[in-house]
Design a protein around this ligand. Sequence first.
Ligand code: MRU
Length: 353
Amino acid sequence: MLVNGQPYRTVWLEGSRVRMINQHLIPHRFEIIDLPTHRDTAQAIKTMIVRGAGAIGAAAGYGMAQVALEAPDDPGFEPYVRQGAQTLRQTRPTAQDLFYAIDRVLAAIEAASSAQAARQAAVAEAQAIADENAAAGEAIGRLGAELIRDGARILTHCNAGWLAFVDWGSALAPVYAAKRQGKDVFVLVDETRPRCQGARLTAWELQGEGVRHAIIADNAAGHFMHRGQVDMVIVGADRIAANGDVANKIGTYEKAVVAQANNVPFYVTAPLSTIDLNCPTGDDIPIEEREADEVLYVTGRTDEGQICRVRLAHEAAQALNPAFDITPARYITAIITQRGILKPEEIASLRSP
Ligand code: MRU
């Protein structure tokens, strides 16, 4: 995607360094961060400098490539790789793409005949994961755009755009494709407390692509659906269970329930790498609990241009902060993957690429 006329991916590898867009700073500043080691990459995933399931997966894949590049020759190679994979695994528990990428690069390393061959294989596999992620987003966009009519009003939650992927995105990919086909689309952007991925990231992306949009408070979505002002909901996914239940950003579940109550179609978009057939249902998907401070504080820019963090609640306030929730399959109209538009009950018949 273009930023100030220049094409960017969300995350990439340069030599042995991972480089990525610093998502903490958007929309106020656009900066690239440089991560020399796999530990730096793991920390960037954990602290959400990179976030969104697809981008987390690509970053973890590149992190594994860094592990292999850093590892000493035998006999230290194998224990170093094992420890590095463990460090990356422990960053975020819900996004299936993280584990998918780590396991894929690990398998490429294990299949190699020497430490040197393993290093090359790890870099190639990590690059393939990132390229496939970008291609999947493009295909999801092409398929999903067929469901979008000219003049459609689309509600989305969190950020499942190109910042959450390597390129294109999942939920926003059909929007971008429809826009490029000349359709007029309008997006209602849930602000997505507590970290405001909608207000900060989705709105910034849509602005860059020239898509008309308005940010709404999270608790306004039901109002707009009840008034008949939403034609469809499109969201991304962090993990999809075998029965079609979907883990996505906290608040997705209630949007799905309200959508069904108002006969608004509710679409989930995801590449096959997000499907976890080892989780029979959504109840088996681990839900990340994040720091209370994400709820108790907000960060933004003052009118004078200073970025600052302010406290919202009284000094002794406690907060609970589950980062994701589960939307049961019965609320989902269809799941748009790069391989086609599926009913949630068809997920069990798929195998990851
Ligand atoms: O906590 P985040 O910002 O990583 O959560 C992101 C989401 O929930 C997205 O909707 C999801 O990753 C789907 S887009 C790949």
